[in-house]
Design a protein around this ligand. Structure first.
Ligand code: DHE
Length: 560
């Protein structure tokens, strides 16, 4: 009950913000009542906008504008060689998914909702309102002023091994003690929190909700709680802080999907300081009205953030040393930039240009594109996984949503002993057989293993399992762990997706979320990394739809 109410409230707020009536042109699409449009609008923002875009111009997902979703009355059913879709075909695609990577929604939406969505996307997209600096400032709240916050840690938790865990559908984050596995605090945040990132100090957790609400959690409080909040847009995915020496946590930055812009704030209060629009030209020289802010990461070697703009394929290096006179380097890479992580040296940031099937590597020392590497279909690295390959030296690994491999890319190293690997740099040196539908790969410098999930695989058994390889010999058969079975939770018709492996601070345990259906019990399943044996199942009625887990120490130091 609780989760659906929270979800409804958040979505109504978001949908209400998305403008009012349809444009006149919409009359040309299938007829819908006002109530149907409202319902479809809400579902679209909850389930579809992330991949297809608010304006439906397409990104990870296809373009969904009426010029090809809607068949013409005169029987003209193709455009540029592509068959226009129409009601029946759209219903099938939404229900059953496609080989192109569209997931099936028949276990999430009812038949009536699927039919409604097929009608909705044949109508002209709604254009949501803008969100100004004043709107951002008006939403800003300091709950505990800096002067009233503790001056030392007031609890006796081992903060380094604390995990910030997204409880997706309740709009909360659970802070779980990695040593005892106890839930220390459940904190109200924005809806469907996407990521948690740590302050340079390791004291504060920055949590960004899908609804654009950014929350600042103080881990030093007796019971960690939110000390400041701000809404940075209507739809958001990314946040980080300033990490360069002398600027530690002075600023925070959060990226918005809608409106397409980023916001720079004071690090300790979230007071908005600057809003910067990301609208502009794609790498192909076309204007794009909705270039969303995807991953953001703070450089350790310069006072800069790497800000990846999805639809334009432009990588921005935003220099925060003087935010009144903001300097930005714009690096053209490839369209549809999404998630990514550092190489082992933390000089190069590697980011997936997912629908272009490429990995872009930016050299944050020279401020230039280091490489654009062709890879298999729809790379999705999370943050990737760095390790030393026995034959090819240092490599960074990505998984794929749309292909059955993990891709290993050789990365440069300044160590003399690694000079022999130079010839491989920025080449795909190995593809390791996995299954499609992978979202996250993970390893740890102290671990012998490489872990990968496959939560988007259409086969229930594979979506509920994770795979583990021995990094020293990737030709050895992988171990497959059925996380759903290991959890001991009752079997359900709905798939419990095993998602997002995350290491403990010492690299000895791996935590996997078992993301159950809305009404089923979820869990976090903890494995011993050395033996791959089940160590603990963390479950609780309050543990509703856990997804991302962020170990404080590993996130603070970008260890992956
Ligand atoms: Fe994510 C990272 C966007 C769907 C869980 N996800 C990211 C990042 C982006 C992004 C831009 C990188 C942030 C950064 O590093 O600064 N994700 C999107 C989408 O647009 C998409 C495809 C659709 C949507 O509507 O959100 C999407 N993501 C999902 C999910 O369905 C997941 C599995 C669960 C959920 O939250 O809905 C999911 N995404 C995650 C996680 C990370 C992430 C756990 C962080 C990985 C890490 O280890 O840092």
């Amino acid at each position: 009950m609780k989760k659906s109410v929270v979800g409804m409230i958040a979505l109504s707020a978001m949908a209400a913000a998305m403008g009012s009536a349809f444009a006149d042109e919409a009359a040309k699409g299938p007829a819908m009542t006002a109530a149907e449009k409202e319902q479809a609008k809400k579902i679209y923002f909850e389930r579809c906008a992330g991949c297809h875009g608010v304006l439906r111009k397409g990104a990870t997902g296809k373009n969904l504008e009426p010029h090809w979703t809607k068949k013409d009355k005169d029987g003209n059913v193709t455009e540029g060689g592509t068959t226009k879709l129409g009601q029946n075909r759209l219903e099938k695609i939404i229900g059953y998914g496609t080989d192109g990577g569209m997931v099936n929604f028949d276990d999430i939406l009812t038949k009536e909702e699927i039919s409604l969505m097929a009608k909705y996307i044949q109508n002209t997209p709604d254009v949501p309102p803008e969100y100004s600096f004043k709107d951002t400032l008006d939403s800003w709240k300091v709950i505990v002023p800096v002067k009233d916050r503790p001056t030392k840690q007031m609890n006796n938790f081992n903060l380094k091994n604390m995990f910030s865990v997204t409880l997706r559908d309740t709009g909360e984050v659970a802070l779980i003690d990695g040593d005892t596995k106890e839930i220390r605090s459940i904190v109200k945040t924005g809806y469907a929190v996407h990521i948690s990132r740590l302050s340079a100090s390791g004291r504060y957790v920055y949590v960004i909700g899908r609804d654009g609400r950014l929350s600042l959690i103080d881990l030093w409080m007796e019971k960690p709680a939110v000390v400041a909040e701000v809404k940075i847009g209507f739809d958001a995915r990314s946040v980080d802080t300033s990490k360069f020496k002398g600027f530690e946590d002075k600023y925070a930055i959060a990226g918005s999907y809608w409106p397409p812009q980023y916001v720079i704030m004071d690090g300790d209060t979230l007071k908005p300081r600057k809003v910067v629009s990301t609208r502009g030209m794609t790498v192909d020289g076309e204007y794009h009205p909705e270039p969303r802010v995807a991953s953001i990461v703070a450089s350790f070697i310069k006072p800069e953030w790497v800000v990846n703009i999805k639809e334009t394929g432009q990588i921005l290096l935003v220099d925060y040393s003087d935010i009144e006179n903001l300097k930005t380097t714009t690096i053209a890479s490839a369209k549809f930039l999404h998630d990514g992580g550092w190489d082992a040296s933390k000089r190069y940031f590697l980011v997936a240009a997912n629908a272009s099937n490429k990995i872009a590597a930016v050299d944050t020392k020279t401020g230039k594109l280091a490489a654009l590497v062709d890879v298999a279909k729809i790379p999705h690295p999370g943050r990737g996984a760095n390790f030393v390959h026995p034959k090819f030296g240092p490599v960074w690994t990505t998984g794929h949503l749309g292909a059955d491999v993990l891709t290993l890319i050789s990365t440069p190293s300044e160590k003399k002993s690694d000079a022999k690997y130079k010839e491989y740099n920025w080449k795909v040196v190995q593809e390791v057989k996995h299954v499609p539908g992978n979202l996250f790969v993970k390893t740890h410098p102290k671990s012998a293993n490489l872990w990968a999930d496959s939560p988007q695989n259409p086969e229930k058994e594979l979506a509920e399992s994770v795979s583990v390889w021995d990094k020293s010999d990737l030709s050895k058969p992988k171990a497959i762990l059925n996380v759903a079975k290991d959890s001991g939770l009752p079997e359900t018709k709905a798939t419990k997706r095993a998602v997002h492996p995350e290491y403990s601070a010492d690299g000895k345990e791996v935590w996997i979320s078992l993301w159950g259906g809305k009404v089923d019990q979820s869990a976090i399943v903890v494995y011993d990394d050395a033996t791959l044996k089940l160590k603990r199942v963390i479950t609780d009625p309050k543990m509703i739809t856990p997804t991302g887990k962020f170990n404080v120490f590993n996130t603070q130091h970008d260890i992956y």
